[in-house]
Design a protein around this ligand. Sequence first.
Ligand code: PGA
Length: 253
Amino acid sequence: MPTKSDSTVIAANWKMYKTLPEALEFIDKLESYADKSSSKIMLAVPFTLIRDVSEKAKETKFIIGAQNMNDSFEGAFTGEISARMLLDAGAKFVVLGHSERRQYYKESNEFINKKVKRALSENLSVILCIGETFDEHEEGRINDVLKEQISGSLKDLAVSDFKNLMIAYEPVWAIGSGKPASVEEVARQCEEIREIVTSLWGKKVSDNLKILYGGSVNPSNAKEFLEEKNINGLFVGTASLNVDSFGKIISQT
Ligand code: PGA
């Protein structure tokens, strides 16, 4: 397991929010909170902001990334963005498999797997999101779903690929609901995720894998998740849009 001396990861997911002036003002203000933080701070921003925000973040400790990409190298795919374009704009990582993409754009594990492999082959780091829906949770199918998502989305990955990959466990029912999963439940699922990874790629990979929790994280509950040894960071949506609430989260960690 990543040791406590490894830095905690706090990732923001801005989804389809913020214009450039709003983003630049946010970065300015966030810097005052970042001084108090020993965490690795990652911001997944809309495509249109990547270049300017990366430029502005050069002097800071913030790492800028994207929220999606196409699985092909390049081609006639109107409206799509490639891994190489993201890197060229300054992105260092990409979020793949977010539940909103699985749900609204019908992204399958097989398709996500193609994107993961493309991103890693281009040297773009990946945060892979996984997590069960409310029905799957109620039916007691959590572990099966996590197994399917991990083995499907990460199919054929080599041990060395995991250097550039983290997993965010996000129970779909906890996202944007204001009702996070309990710390005990998240700790248990993160341990299960580690066991699944161990069974597929070995203990060394799972020991070094960072697993983040996402789903209604806010300044009042952030700290308690991070006290668990299996939870190595947080993936924050709503509370990452307001600089003071995100600032309070990073300054506690
Ligand atoms: P939330 O979103 O923090 O608003 O629950 C998390 C996410 O969608 O990644």
